[in-house]
Design a protein around this ligand. Structure first.
Ligand code: C5P
Length: 232
């Protein structure tokens, strides 16, 4: 599994994302497109960024009945995204249906990973709102095992969980980890953070980095710093 830095392109319009990407002359970073940009610009934004030569993680976190997820995954597969995701809480059957929808007639498909429990959910809200009473780290690992059983390629998780996920699901099961900050940077609204070097040490396969790159004075230098701390 090749390690890579994925830039979270949390911009509100195509214009903003293109003026950001134009700064990377000669480089084609792996980018994440989230709900905000996708809902604002539609599938054309995926086609255009793909045409510019970037790999794309489309972060839409699907969660619906299996048949609907299967059909929507077939659309994403046709858009030729490289990585997409869903909520593991949609059940193993839903995840299996997603794999079916994503798989092209020639047997290829984009990578598919699962969100276990969102990092914004804590033990208290899980117990009170969702009536799930197990310890949250056990729930995360249980959902990761379900994702593996359904044939998914990995999970989105906190960098703090990546080691345990690999111990439980194997080292080839991909961990994609947001919540990354430079040692000398602002942590903003993230609570549990790690530096790119720490995320590398703990075994994350991909780090998702937003504001430390997008809000930097020199985004290209910040991206290169991430790559050299995490990948080299
Ligand atoms: O700007 P920052 O580096 O905090 O961006 C992190 C990105 O990863 C955002 O797009 C955020 O939505 C996403 N993310 C996250 N925590 C999760 C899942 C996704 O921060 N558990």
């Amino acid at each position: 599994m090749g390690k890579d830095v994925i830039i979270a392109c949390d911009f509100a319009s195509a214009e903003d994302v293109f003026s950001f990407l134009d700064r990377f002359t000669g480089k084609k970073p792996f980018v994440k497109i989230g709900m905000e940009l996708f809902y604002a610009e539609g599938p054309q934004i995926v086609r255009e960024i793909k045409k510019r030569g970037h790999k794309i993680f489309l972060d839409l976190k699907s969660h619906d009945i299996p048949n609907t997820v299967k059909k929507s995954m077939a659309v994403l597969s046709g858009l030729d995204v490289d990585l997409c995701n869903l909520h593991a809480s949609g059940t193993i059957r839903m995840m299996e249906a997603a794999i079916e929808g994503l798989t092209r007639p020639d047997g290829t498909r984009p990578l598919l990973i699962a969100v276990t429990q969102l990092t914004s959910t804590d033990q208290e809200s899980m117990e009170k709102d969702l009536l799930i009473r197990e310890p949250i780290d056990q729930v995360v690992l249980h959902y990761a095992k379900n994702a593996k059983l359904a044939g998914l390629d990995g999970v989105v998780c906190s960098p703090l969980e990546a080691g345990k996920v690999h111990d439980t699901c194997g080292k080839d099961f991909i961990t994609v980890t947001p919540g990354v900050r430079f040692a000398d940077g602002d942590i903003g609204d993230q609570k549990r953070v790690m530096t790119p070097a720490e995320a590398k040490k703990i075994g994350s396969d991909y780090i998702v980095v937003g504001r430390p790159i997008t809000a930097a004075e020199d985004p290209v230098a910040a991206y290169e710093r991430c790559v050299s701390e995490f990948c080299d």
